[in-house]
Design a protein around this ligand. Structure first.
Ligand SMILES: Cc1cc2nc3c(=O)[nH]c(=O)nc-3n(C[C@H](O)[C@H](O)[C@H](O)COP(=O)(O)O)c2cc1C
Length: 292
């Protein structure tokens, strides 16, 4: 990667043309929106809302399914930056079906969105259980050959570091953290009803940054894998903080809403200024610096 910023899954990443723009605007790597096993419509609008300190969303993982995405996946080589492909499934078998198909296109990384419920485990969210997450990781590793696998953990887990450790033991190549926090709810008091049609939604943006930093800090102490840290990174200083907590690279999602698509170049410039003012020569020196 030419710099440590990564477009997070779910923002602009539905086709190669959009991802090209994000690369042109400076992202060091880009992530496709999560791809599932089949066509799935999302929740009804309103699905996303920005409030004072963050965003709340219940998009509901809409996907055209991996078969319909093959045209886009085949074009990922056109992108002049590493491409991460995020996938999800409602069972270990579904994760494997999608992973095997996606691995054929040789993305830089397959990211596992384990923030979705396992229909075969009474709807328990994979990422809340060390056992369920490890099962997905080891099964997916068996079908992806040399393509690295990176589970993206949820702060809904009681012990996110324990889940990360279980992933490492199951063969994960890297850890991404965190997905949205919550679920939360906001009510339109004049209309006397929740603002989202789905009522509950995940929280992202500046409001969750302290939770994301704490999660990355704990994961760094538990595993020896590279960490992609995300949650509320909007400015260069936030990226420095996330890296000092232990991230080797930082995801930016809601920051695209707050600062526009230019956010990647701007965060990199701000990091450079901060680093030169504070005597750092290489971003690698930042990684885990808050643990020393
Ligand atoms: C509208 C929206 C859609 C998202 N879609 C996905 C998704 O498809 N897959 C996924 O793993 N995470 C998804 N996320 C979570 C983000 O990738 C990211 O983990 C989270 O928003 C925290 O980062 P941020 O504060 O920089 O946005 C989505 C978030 C939002 C707000």
């Amino acid at each position: 990667m030419r710099n440590p910023t990564v477009l997070a899954s779910g923002f602009l990443g539905v086709n190669v043309e959009m991802l090209k723009r994000v690369v042109e605007e400076g992202a060091g790597a880009v992530t496709f929106k999560s791809i599932g096993p089949r066509v799935k419509s999302g929740h009804r609008n309103p699905t996303v809302l920005a409030y004072e300190w963050g965003m709340i969303n219940a998009v509901g993982l809409p996907s055209s399914g991996y078969k319909d995405m093959e045209g886009e996946l085949a074009r990922m080589k056109e992108l002049k930056a590493p491409v991460f492909v995020s996938i999800y499934g409602a069972s270990v078998e579904e994760f494997c079906d999608v992973a095997e198909a996606v691995a054929g296109y040789k993305p830089a990384v397959i990211e596992l969105n384990v923030s979705c419920p396992n229909t075969k485990a009474e709807g328990m969210v994979f990422g809340c259980s060390e056992k369920l997450t490890a099962e997905v990781v080891s099964a997916v590793k068996n079908v992806t050959g040399k393509v690295p696998v990176m589970p993206k953990l949820t702060p809904q887990a009681l012990n996110i570091a324990g889940v990360a450790k279980a992933c490492e033991e199951a063969g994960a190549d890297a850890i991404a953290a965190i997905n949205t926090v919550g679920p939360g709810m906001l009510i339109n008091i004049e209309a006397r009803k929740p603002v989202l049609d789905y009522k509950r939604g995940g929280i992202s943006g500046p409001a969750i940054r302290p939770i994301a930093v704490r999660c990355v800090y704990e994961i760094y102490e538990a595993v020896d894998l590279p960490i992609l840290g995300m949650g509320g990174v909007t400015e260069g200083r936030d990226a420095v903080e996330m890296m000092q907590a232990g991230a080797s690279a930082v995801g930016i999602g809601s920051g695209v809403y707050y600062r526009g698509i230019e956010v990647f170049n701007r965060v990199c410039e701000e990091m450079k200024v901060w680093m030169s003012e504070n005597g750092y020569k290489n971003v690698k020196e930042l990684v885990g610096a808050a643990h020393e």
